[in-house]
Design a protein around this ligand. Structure first.
Ligand code: FE2
Ligand code: FE2
Length: 340
């Protein structure tokens, strides 16, 4: 879990990077973020996604300067990513007890069939006080007969309601709240059929590149950490998710960002050394994600763009080809590890 000692410092630094003063956020929102950081991997996930976002920005600065991300877009991506899962602390009006209950539910990450009811989930994962938890769940105005999928899907709307008008830059709120639109979760119908937002969010009026990047960062990171996917598999998962979505199937904006993520995040392969060259394998080396991550407290992704030059005597290629199966991480336990 996140180190709470440095919690505010970590948040403050990320926000300051895009010119936003964390002190403007309502203390109750920060308290929710802290609760999530103490109990779940949420802050670590968001922090890692922000780091990847910055690599994407740098990649555009260098490789696509005419399409580089504007200051507003960067702010939307970074702040939107950072606060996207604050809804995992429960509904906007939840008491501290209700927040604690919901956070502990989101802290359980593996082995859950999404068709399981919340009541059954409590029996399996919290057998000592399942009935009491079901009652606490009911006290939030929620029905423990709902499926876990229905429960998980609620957190986008909770994010929207928690963040609205409470100090987080309004331009970043839709990016946070729409980060599960590919699962057709469109809280309060904030994205219209035309792609315009149905509420006023300052300078930013429609669902565009920053929102798409926030979504793909979240899914890429989920596939890598929770799904234990290799980079290549994670990119394939992103393509599959887009291909399956009736609204965004073939969406050029999403597809371009997937290509960007592929370019920025892939692990360089190393040719067999020519005679006289030293051997420095990177293909089979552990990636930053290959270690078990559940108790990881430091960021898992170092700055990756621009890539550092290969060691002397090695020749690298940048290919998206998957390494042999023995070099990949364990297979995903879920058919779609990026969905939560
Ligand atoms: Fe989420
Ligand atoms: Fe997330």
């Amino acid at each position: 879990m996140a180190s709470t000692r440095s919690f505010f410092e970590r948040l403050r630094t990320i926000c300051a990077d895009v010119g936003f003063d964390l002190e403007r956020v309502r203390p109750s929102i920060l308290a929710r973020m802290r609760l999530l950081a103490e109990t779940t991997e949420t802050l670590n996930d968001c922090e890692r996604a922000v780091r990847i976002a910055k690599d994407v920005f740098r990649y555009y600065d260098v490789s696509k300067p005419l399409k580089r991300f504007t200051a507003l877009e960067r702010r939307i991506v970074v702040i939107g990513t950072l606060f996207s899962d604050v809804g995992k602390s429960g509904p906007a009006g939840a008491t501290l007890d209700g927040q604690q209950l919901v956070v502990e539910m989101f802290a359980v990450e593996s082995g859950i069939d999404e068709r399981t009811s919340v009541a059954r989930f409590f029996e399996v994962y919290f057998p000592a006080d399942a009935a009491r938890r079901a009652r606490r769940f009911g006290a939030l105005g929620l029905d423990a007969g709902m499926t876990m999928r229905e429960f998980w899907n609620l957190h986008s709307a909770w994010t929207l309601h928690i963040l609205q008008g409470d100090g987080v830059p309004m331009e970043a709120v839709p990016a946070a709240a729409t980060h599960h639109i590919l699962e057709n979760v469109n809280p309060d119908s904030i994205i219209s059929e035309s792609g315009h937002f149905t509420k006023y969010f300052g300078e930013h009026a429609s669902f565009e590149r920053p929102e798409k990047l926030v979504i793909l960062l979240d899914k890429y990171d989920a596939a890598r950490r929770r799904g234990h996917c290799t980079h290549d598999r994670a990119i394939a998962v992103l393509r599959e998710v887009i291909a399956k979505n009736h609204r965004f199937c073939g969406d050029r904006g999403f597809l371009e960002i997937i290509e960007d993520l592929d370019e920025v995040m892939k692990v360089p392969e190393v040719h067999p050394p020519a005679p006289g060259e030293s051997v420095a394998r990177t293909t089979g080396a552990p990636t930053p994600f290959s270690a078990p991550c559940a108790r990881q407290t430091r960021p898992l992704v170092a700055e990756r763009w621009p890539p550092s030059p290969p060691a002397r005597g090695t020749r690298t290629i940048q290919s998206g080809r998957a390494p042999p199966r023995r070099d990949r991480g364990p297979r995903s336990r879920s058919p779609d590890p990026a969905r939560r």
